[in-house]
Structures are given as structure tokens and as C-alpha cells.
Write a protein of this length. Structure first.
Length: 57
């Protein structure tokens, strides 16, 4: 993975909604899975469309 891709993924993770962050820590497996799938979709979208290439102000 190149540096640009890594930076894009990090920006997506930084912008993840609070509910995703909360559910990633959940003990409930279904809540964790939902958050993981959401985060994976956000990263896939950023990689496919270049979203997150610029930091949000």
C-alpha cells in the first residue's frame, strides 16, 4: 500500500461517526459487525472515489 492510500484510509477512520466508534467497542457481536461493515464500506468508497483525499476543515 502506498502512502497516499494509507493517508486516505486514516482520514476515513478519523471522520468515522461516533456511533461507529462506539459500536466497534461493543460486546454485542451484531453491533460490532454492523460498525465494521460500515467502516469497511466507507473505506472502500474513499478508495474507489478518492473521497477523503483532502482533510476536512
Amino acid at each position: 500500500m502506498d502512502e497516499n492510500t494509507t493517508d486516505m484510509i486514516l482520514r476515513v477512520i478519523e471522520r468515522a461517526p461516533q456511533w461507529v466508534r462506539h459500536e466497534l467497542e461493543a460486546k454485542d457481536p451484531s453491533a460490532r459487525k454492523r460498525a465494521e461493515e460500515t467502516l469497511a464500506a466507507m473505506i472502500a468508497d474513499a478508495l474507489a472515489n478518492g473521497a477523503g483525499a483532502q482533510p476536512l476543515d
